[in-house]
Design a protein around this ligand. Structure first.
Ligand code: F6P
Length: 556
């Protein structure tokens, strides 16, 4: 689509926006008692209630027209069948093959990739069972008690969110730690908690060249060798997950302890691959496979459900509706689950690294927004932090609320209180409170006229703030797999509509190159002047405070 904003579907939506923008959702609810039934859909364990959105009966058909106009079904077929839709890197995008539990082949360049996917799954099963059963012993015969995943971005966020979310399924005598930041405090604070005799380091890096991961891995290796003193012991305590087996071997990791994946798995889509090794060890391979099954169920739903009943499609289109027509700048993710506290961080990379693009697939600058800022934190904590702005601030902030019907922790009334808070917020955001309602309320509470006049405007809530509620029976490997895949496919659909490549990340690469050049300048004595004045000034300021031309040691 050359001119998306001039296309018939877009123009129809623009006209519809002008009609609907001042309609309050509470009127729409009052007019139609069936609104919840009409605007809620299921996919196996997951239910999406999207009735609290700024939509009427005309809106969704117009959004579905936009999806059809973008050839969504053609792109979806290409995604699943291994066409190299990541055109700027010449790669297929096949994380769905990693969770393909059927016997169906998935072809890339004329070859079925499923046999090698299964080989790695078997290797993960064998290894994780050895570690979990205690048959895998450390260099001096102790069983493994701690695993430390060293990775960043997709090599951290995916396994991290899953291990946190599914803690109730973890083996009680194993601890899982995640080190990602190149800030030495991350690795050092983690190393304080573990013992070299009982620790397994999983170096997770698609490229095995990422600066942060490699520095953390070398620091962990030095810490280990300083205490153990025997290079041969590394084989028992360091394993790697990477597409770059050669570099992992150079690092000193036994080839047999290296877990492969492939260039058709994007970093932020890689938790389903061997990057999920920490999940398999911490939660067990059966649970890892249930996670894959949940994701596959969502993939099936995404492939087969008509647009009208398709959860990722509906969520994507609602996102486009707010982003491009209501000019919403951000989108909040509020899981009402402490176990899902890391979900916003995971979705930040998934969504913003995928769709944070200004150049479309034809190489043209887009004249529309391609995605909001994703942010959020667990409820109810968020209520006592930023909800004020969502309720009464000047910006429109669409939000996803996620909640399970059942908790793993049936402690007194906690889950019911959590649930009631979640629903109370979406209700308040939708309904708002009028000035007349505030006046009545204040009169009943016995305020005098002067106070009522002064304070009442501050108590008005406009309401009409859109939310999705995503509800599932319980947070299990399966439901979590479905939820994460649901967001992945939502991001894909939006990329199709915006006509961008959701699977490259050149913007991140640029910073990596510049960091290398600045590091070189920090390593030499004297002032530098080869950058802009701000960058020069900051480098020189740092060097005045501290300069050391040998490598600064973080571990001495
Ligand atoms: O942040 C950029 C990025 O390339 C991500 O896409 C990726 O998840 C991360 O770096 C880590 O890369 P690697 O797994 O190669 O260390």
């Amino acid at each position: 689509m050359k001119n998306l904003t001039q296309s018939p579907a877009w123009l129809a939506l623009q006209a519809h926006y002008d009609d609907i923008k001042d309609i309050h959702m509470k009127e729409l609810f009052a007019e139609d008692e069936q609104r919840f039934d009409k605007f809620s859909i299921h996919a196996n364990e997951v239910m999406l209630d999207y009735s609290k959105n700024r939509i009427n009966q005309q809106t969704m058909p117009l959004l579905f027209d936009l999806a059809r106009q973008s050839n969504l079904s053609k792109w979806r077929d290409e995604l699943f069948s291994g066409v190299a839709i990541n055109a700027t890197e010449g790669r297929s995008v096949l994380h769905s093959a990693l969770r393909n539990r059927s016997n169906q082949p998935v072809m890339v360049d004329g070859q079925d990739v499923m046999p090698k996917v299964r080989v790695v799954l078997d290797q993960m099963r064998q290894f994780s069972e050895l570690v979990r059963s205690g048959k895998w012993r450390g260099y001096n015969g102790h069983r493994i008690k701690s695993i430390v995943n060293i990775g960043i971005g997709g090599s951290d966020l995916g396994p991290h969110v899953v291990c946190d979310a599914l803690k109730p399924f973890a083996q009680h005598d194993l601890d899982a730690y995640f080190v990602s930041n190149v800030d030495a405090s991350d690795i050092l604070e983690t190393l304080k908690k573990v013992d070299p005799e009982t620790t397994l380091f999983i170096i997770a890096s698609k490229t095995f060249t990422t600066q942060e991961t490699m520095l953390n891995a070398f620091s962990a290796r030095k810490w280990f060798l300083d205490q153990v003193g025997d290079e041969k012991a590394i084989a028992k305590h360091f394993v790697a997950v990477t597409t770059n087996i050669e570099l992992a071997t150079e690092f000193g990791i036994n080839k047999a302890n290296t877990f492969a994946f492939w260039d058709w798995v994007g970093g932020r889509y890689s938790l389903w691959s061997a990057i999920g090794l920490s999940i398999a060890v911490y939660l067990g391979m059966d649970h890892f496979e249930e996670l894959l099954e949940g994701a596959e169920e969502m993939d099936q739903h995404f492939r087969e459900a008509p647009l009208e009943e398709n959860i990722p499609v509906v969520m994507a289109l609602l996102g486009v509706w707010y982003d491009d027509f209501f000019a919403a700048k951000t989108h909040a993710i509020i899981p009402y689950s402490q176990y899902l506290a890391r979900l916003p961080a995971f979705l930040q990379q998934l969504d913003m690294e995928s769709n944070g693009k200004t150049i479309d697939r034809n190489g043209q600058r887009v004249d529309y927004s391609t995605g909001p800022v994703i942010w959020g934190q667990a409820g109810t904590n968020g209520q006592h932090a930023f909800f004020q702005l969502i309720h009464q601030g000047t910006q429109l902030i669409p939000a996803d609320f996620l909640i399970s019907a059942l908790s793993h922790q049936p402690l007194s009334t906690h889950q019911r209180v959590l649930f009631s808070n979640c629903l109370a917020q979406t209700k308040a955001l939708m309904l708002g409170k009028t000035h007349a309602e505030v006046l009545d309320e204040m009169k009943q509470q016995g305020f005098d006229d002067e106070s009522i006049e002064k304070i009442s405007p501050h108590k008005v809530f406009e309401g009409n703030k859109p939310t999705n509620t995503i509800i599932f029976e319980q947070l299990t490997p399966k439901s979590l797999g479905s939820i994460l895949a649901m967001y992945e496919q939502k991001v894909f659909v939006q990329g199709v509509i915006w006509n961008i490549n959701s699977y490259d990340q050149w913007g991140v690469e640029y910073g990596k190159v510049l960091a290398g050049k600045i590091l070189e300048d920090l390593n030499v004595p004297g002032d530098v002047d080869g950058h802009d004045s701000s960058t020069n000034g900051l480098i020189n300021y740092r060097k005045k405070i501290y300069f050391n031309d040998s490598n600064e040691s973080t571990l001495d």
